[in-house]
Design a protein around this ligand. Sequence first.
Ligand code: AMP
Length: 114
Amino acid sequence: MAQTVFGRIVAGEIPADKLLENDDLIAIRDVNPQAPVHVLIIPKKPLIGISDASVSDNELLGKLLGAARDLAASLGLSTEGYRIVINNGASAGQSVPHLHLHLLGGRDFLWPPG
Ligand code: AMP
């Protein structure tokens, strides 16, 4: 599979504003933030999207969600609230074909989403 921009960030080939890194994932600030806090939680495993994850990836998926929860707390979002988003596929607006969670906070959000 061709390297995506996130694959290249994981590999250290291009820089990013990194908030967290462990064996399974990285968390970086989005270059085009849609809220005062906009962090991307990215697995090192190059899954294209959540629909490409299998049962054997369930532990990894849990770690991604747990990282989003912990980052939200450490960034002071827990009281006011925050949103976690996964865009999966073209209709959902996924632009980078490497699974990632968006953690958004610091403002009010509308529902339903656009
Ligand atoms: P999605 O549309 O769900 O695939 O989200 C992709 C996100 O990646 C967008 O919010 C982009 O702003 C963000 N993005 C693209 N390139 C970079 C980069 N080099 N560093 C940080 N965020 C990026």
